[in-house]
Design a protein around this ligand. Structure first.
Ligand SMILES: CCCCCCCCCCCCCCCC(=O)SCCNC(=O)CCNC(=O)[C@H](O)C(C)(C)COP(=O)(O)OP(=O)(O)OC[C@H]1O[C@@H](n2cnc3c(N)ncnc32)[C@H](O)[C@@H]1OP(=O)(O)O
Length: 253
């Protein structure tokens, strides 16, 4: 039962295939096989949680008109199920975002001994909508590219009226890390190089356009540009190196 729930929730919450496989590797293959062979069986999506976790990448009332416009634009490019079960090809997909992905992926219970009860994903740790990081990532599998739409809230101030350089580094790490993780499985940031070209005004919406540069063994090299929402102004550019790890590394292994 626990195995079935674990697999079900991983398959529903983690859209990146390498990441999904890596998480599923947490439990013995022999325990997985019986469930995997009966995947057609329908069970409720969030069986061990009282309510589905909040998907922070969906629009909320704090989103500006520009943030919503960009969301709708990329959402319109996403693959969609049409009437009759056919898929409208799009090439893009929206990634959901939870504040405790690993816990939700385990159906809420399996990893409780490993995960600290109060720990939350840094970028999703405020309940006040619009106060800090509002963002959504759209992934394009075939282009090995993702676009993050980011609206910077008032708690991210650095220079008066503008976004803190550390907050910009955070959203860059998130975007590049999401792309590297999507393509290569579980990774950790080994190196980030950032050039800050022009300040980002608080409350504005910017695009972080990230691409894969190359993969060499365990090393995934990615880079990005942060621009104004119309693409006319370059705010920041960065490169990142992400190293593939075993999940045990996250817990001191
Ligand atoms: C479980 C699923 C959860 C899913 C949930 C999803 C939630 C949604 C998340 C959104 C995305 C957020 C993304 C945030 C991502 C972080 O912020 S991670 C946190 C910050 N990073 C860290 O704390 C990492 C700390 N460093 C380390 O743990 C280790 O140094 C590393 C990076 C794992 C590498 O250690 P290692 O595995 O022992 O590898 P090592 O043999 O040293 O190096 C391997 C190769 O890389 C090279 N290398 C290593 N470091 C460097 C470097 N700094 N520069 C150049 N080369 C290097 C080595 O020279 C070596 O090269 P070769 O000799 O093979 O050619």
């Amino acid at each position: 039962m626990v195995t079935r729930v674990f697999c079900q929730t991983v398959l529903h919450t983690v859209s990146a295939r390498p990441l999904r496989s890596a998480i599923l590797r947490l439990i013995p293959r022999t325990a997985l096989l019986p469930w995997l062979s009966s995947r057609a069986v329908s069970v409720s999506e969030w069986p061990l949680l009282s309510s589905p976790p909040r998907d922070y990448s969906l629009p909320n009332p704090s989103w500006s008109t520009e943030m919503r416009r960009l969301y709708e634009y990329y959402d319109s490019l996403c693959e969609k199920e049409m009437e009759g079960g056919e898929k409208k090809p799009g090439g893009w997909g929206r990634l959901p975002s939870y504040n405790r992905t690993l816990k939700y992926a385990a159906g809420g219970k399996c990893l409780s001994k490993l995960l600290k009860e109060k720990a939350r994903l840094f970028t999703r740790n405020t309940e006040e909508q619009g106060a800090a990081f509002e963002y959504v990532v759209f992934m394009n599998k075939s282009e090995k590219r993702c676009v993050c739409i980011f609206q910077a809230g008032h708690l991210l101030e650095g220079p008066p009226g503008n976004v803190h350089g550390g907050a910009i580094a955070t959203i860059i790490d998130t975007s590049l890390g999401t792309l590297a993780g999507y393509l290569s499985g579980i990774v950790m940031t080994a190196n980030l190089n950032i050039n800050y070209c022009s300040p980002i005004p608080l409350g504005s919406v910017v695009l972080i356009d990230s691409v894969l540069d190359k993969v060499e063994g365990r090393k995934t090299f990615v880079s990005c540009q942060v621009t104004s929402s119309d693409g006319s102004k370059l705010h920041t550019e960065a490169t990142g190196l992400f190293i593939s790890i075993n999940v045990g590394h996250l817990f001191g292994g």
